[in-house]
Each structure stands twice: as C-alpha cells, then as structure tokens.
Write a protein that binds this ligand. Structure first.
Ligand SMILES: [Zn+2]
Length: 525
C-alpha cells in the first residue's frame, strides 16, 4: 500500500479540454502542465447535466449528482411568487468536501471556486469566485487576507476578463495582458495563503480559461475553425503561458508540501455552431404566444422597475447589491393566458416549464409530450445534427415532482456545438438558430482530469465523472467517504486498491466559521 498524502491540491481548469491541451503540449506552450500530465493518471471527465459551471463544480465538491445537491442551473424558479432566482452556496443541499475536511479537523484554502459565496463555515481561507457580488465581498470570510492581497498581490481578482470578443489586435493585447496578470496572481495568492494556513485541501480555480476560450477559440487554432492572426494568436499564447507558469508554481508548492495533485475541469469546450432559441421554438410550435402590444409594454416596464429597484438599493449607505430576484414577466414577453410552456432561464439547456395557469391534468400531460417530442426531434437543417443530446420529462426520468423541487418540467440538454439560449431578445425572437460571431466556442460535454499522488500509475486512462473526485480525494487522504456521495473512488488510477471506508453518519459540520487568526499554522514557515 502506498503512503497516504496528508494534503491535496486541486487545480480547477474551467473549461479545460483535451482538444486544446494536447496541441498546446505539442507546441511547448504549457511545459509544466505537459510534464504533470506525463506523471499522472489522466482521462476524460464527463460534465454534469446540464454542463454549466455552477452545476458542475457543485458536483465536483459534493460528490453528488445535481438531483442530490439541488443545483440544476445558475437560476431556479420560485413558483410561489413567479420569480427567477439565483443559486448560491446556501442553496446547495449537501455538505461539500471543504466542510467535510474542515469538520474532521483539517483546514481549507479555496481561491475563486464558483458557487462558494457566501462562504461555508470552514476552518481556513475561503475566497469566493466570480459569482460573489464584488471583489471586496469575495473576501467576506477572510477580510484580513483580502486586505493583504490588495496590498501585496494587487492583480488578484475574482473578476472575469474576455466579456466580449476583441475586435482589434490592441483590444486583444489589452485583455490578454489583464488575463495573464490574473493567472499569475492566482499562484501568488496561493503562496500567501500557504504562509497563513496549514491546509489539508487547497483549491485554486482558473475561471478565466473558460472566458478566454469562449471568445478566442479560433486563435487556439486546433480545429477547422482555427485562425492565425498577428495580435490575436500571440494574445492566446501569452495567456496560456501565464496560466502554465502559474500552475508550475502551484506544483512546486504541492511538491514542497508533499501534496497530491488533482487537476479537473467542469466541462469541455468546442466550437459553437449556433445559439438555439428555445422560446422561439416553443412559439413556432404554438406552445407559446406573444401579444403584439400589451405584453411587451408590461415586459419593458418590469425591466425598468427592476433596474430602478437595484439602483435605489445601491444608493443606501453601506449598500450591497440586492439579491437578483426577477419576475418571470421581466424575463420573457408572453401572453400568459395562452402560453403553455416557457423557458425562463438557461444556457446549454432548455429548462422548459409548463404554465400551470393555462394547463393542468390531461392538458398538462399533452403539452409535456409535445414539448419533449418537439425538442427531441429538433435538428440543424444544414448539418442534420440533433440540437439536443437528451430531452426528458423530469418527473418520468428522475421520479420527482419538478414543481416541488423547483426544477423544470422538461430538461433539454444541448448537444456539443449547439448552445441553447433562453434569453429573450426582441430582435431575434423569431430566429431559431443563430451563429454568434461574438461567441465562437462554448461548453462541450467532456472535460479532463489528472491525478498525481503516491501509488498512481502514470499514463493510466481514466473515464471519470465529476462526482467521482470528492470521494477519490477523501479516500486518498485516508478519510471516510460519506455514504451519500454518489461518485465512485477512481481505483483504476492506482497500482494497488485503496481501502475505502464509507461512513454512515453525515460528517460533523463546523457550526461557525473560525477567524483566520486562529488558524495560522504553527509548524509552517
Ligand atoms: Zn465552466
């Protein structure tokens, strides 16, 4: 039996995919990652349904499927007041790896993981990700560490660059410069955190890799959408080299601390052939109706009032942004008396709800069947490919009451290359398929995983799923794996079988966050 590591370092490559990594290794743009890959058990990591960031990272950190952890998208629908609300760390239904490690007496460092705001009650340093209200609030759990980073690592931020596709080489260079500085700052921040905390688990999350690929995919030049253009190609290279340099320093830190290393992505990536207008499809099939004047006026009025509410709330002294609670009517403009089905939110998944004011009983069943058949059969007329990889009625497939669980009545999971879109656009409301030049790439199903730990067989191929990583990591550390975790321990990564203890009782969860001052490591210089 190999020795048991006392720590695990997690590297989150948001949107990391073999389609990009393999060519980058060949070109020598990512020497640190390439050499890590050579000593790891590596493979594909299947994303969640749907393959979106908050759902996937929550499966990663809880060891559970979305049905168990309760996060099915960025948003959920509150039927009681017909509003669209945002998931955050408090709506995750099961404890995360961080709470488990902390509950067992260990300490945790987490830098920038999505859906960790507000921070869970853990011992250590917990810096929220891009979904925190602002860069200062991202440090709510550890304000002193936040002040330290602002002085000593001013480039550190939870913010995302690449909000849009750069139009000029100058714009690309400017965004690449920011992105590269943020990547580098993440290793600096990890180093500072390491000086303060004697950690058992450390997570460093590279979210800007996702945005970089969304906007700059063609300039990676890895497939038939590839482009080579001065100013753009080198902007990508600069970001990749900064990312690799940052990860190289994390790997040194892991080596100094005898930590196992787990690299994971939340989904893959690939060209985005088209956006798919889900509400437009429902409308074309007569399942959704628009009134010409009244409804659209109401839709606009709701949006203006909502903006006014947020603006007013922010003017209050000591204000922070109010929770984003949006009435459905402010999301899509429908004639609700005659609309049977609607998709109020979602990207990469058609989250279709039945309008319970218009259908019930047998008419609801009929509408449900119609929606499923419509989306299941939908194809790209040019390529003949299906727009959705899987379409199902939630109640049938998952055996739950979707209304009670706040889940859509129908899930329509995007096929690779087609990004379902619920967002209402006045201009494109009747356009079903629309390539978006500003979004040349989007999420594809298969991400990557690499594990470097004592006893790992370099070169072993893994076929893993996101919920496998929490139980595998706990087992690696010699800790009990709670029985509610649905993932499996990736035994095939190792030369000899790891002994796994499954614990019946839920792990003890610390009831309050402990201040950072109390956890400064005694034995770590
Ligand atoms: Zn992602």
């Amino acid at each position: 039996m190999a020795t048991i590591p006392s720590r695990v370092l997690f590297v989150g490559l948001d949107g990391g995919t073999r389609a990009i990594l393999d060519p980058l290794f060949d070109r020598g743009w990512a020497p640190n990652l390439a050499s890590l890959w050579r000593r790891c058990a590596v493979g594909d990591l299947r994303s969640t349904d749907p393959m979106v960031t908050p759902v996937a990272w929550t499966s990663f950190s809880t060891g559970c499927t979305p049905l168990t952890h309760g996060v099915h998208d960025f948003n959920y629908l509150d039927h009681s007041d017909r509003t669209v609300r945002e998931h955050d760390a408090t709506t995750v239904r099961v404890p995360t790896l961080w709470e488990i490690v902390s509950g067992l007496g260990g300490s945790v460092v987490s830098l920038g993981l999505p859906l960790t705001y507000p921070a869970p009650p853990v011992r250590g340093l917990f810096v929220a990700g891009a979904d925190a209200p602002d860069p200062v609030r991202a440090f709510d759990q550890c304000p002193e560490f936040g002040r330290r980073l602002r002085l000593e690592v001013p480039d550190y931020t939870n913010k995302l660059v690449w909000k849009r596709r750069p139009r000029t080489a100058e714009e690309a260079a400017e965004q690449a410069d920011r992105c590269a500085r943020i990547f580098r700052a993440q290793a600096d921040a990890a180093g500072k955190a390491d000086q303060q905390v004697d950690w058992t688990a450390m997570m460093v999350h590279y979210h800007n890799l996702d945005s970089l690929q969304h906007r700059m995919w063609p300039y990676f030049d890895v497939d038939d959408t590839g482009l080579r253009e001065a100013g753009f190609t080198d902007a990508v290279e600069r970001c990749v080299r900064a990312l690799d340099d940052s990860i190289g320093r994390l790997l040194e830190l892991a080596a100094d601390r005898d930590a196992a290393v787990v690299v994971a992505s939340d989904h893959g990536f690939g060209p985005c052939r088209s956006l798919v207008n889900v509400n437009g499809m429902l409308r074309a099939a007569g399942l959704q109706r628009t009134r010409v004047y009244g409804t659209r006026f109401r839709y606009r009025a709701i949006r203006v009032l909502e903006r006014l509410r947020r603006w007013r709330a922010l003017r209050e002294p000591g204000a922070s942004a109010p929770a984003k609670v949006r009435p459905i009517d402010g999301q899509i403009s429908c004639d609700w008396g005659r609309t049977l089905a609607f998709a109020p939110f979602g990207q990469l998944c058609g989250n279709v709800f039945l309008n319970r004011d218009a259908v019930s009983g047998a008419s609801a069943d009929r509408a449900l069947d119609e929606v499923v058949a419509l989306l299941r059969d939908a194809r790209d007329p040019e390529r003949g490919e299906r727009l959705f990889a899987d379409v199902y009625a939630t109640a049938d497939r998952l055996d739950v009451d979707p209304a009670r669980e706040g889940m859509p009545d129908v899930f329509a999971l995007s096929a690779d290359g087609y990004q379902a879109q619920a967002k209402w656009s006045e201009r494109y409301r009747n356009t079903i398929l629309r390539p978006d030049p500003g979004l040349p790439a989007t999420h594809w199903l298969n991400g990557v995983v690499a594990i470097d730990a004592p006893g790992v067989q370099p070169g072993r191929r893994l076929e893993a799923q996101l919920p496998d990583l929490a139980p595998t990591s706990l087992a690696l550390l010699g800790l009990d794996v709670p029985r509610y975790m649905e993932g499996r321990v990736l035994q095939e990564a190792f030369e000899t079988t790891i002994i796994v203890h499954r614990s019946e009782t839920p792990p003890r969860i610390a009831t309050e966050a402990e201040p950072v001052g109390d956890v400064v490591a005694a034995g770590v210089e």
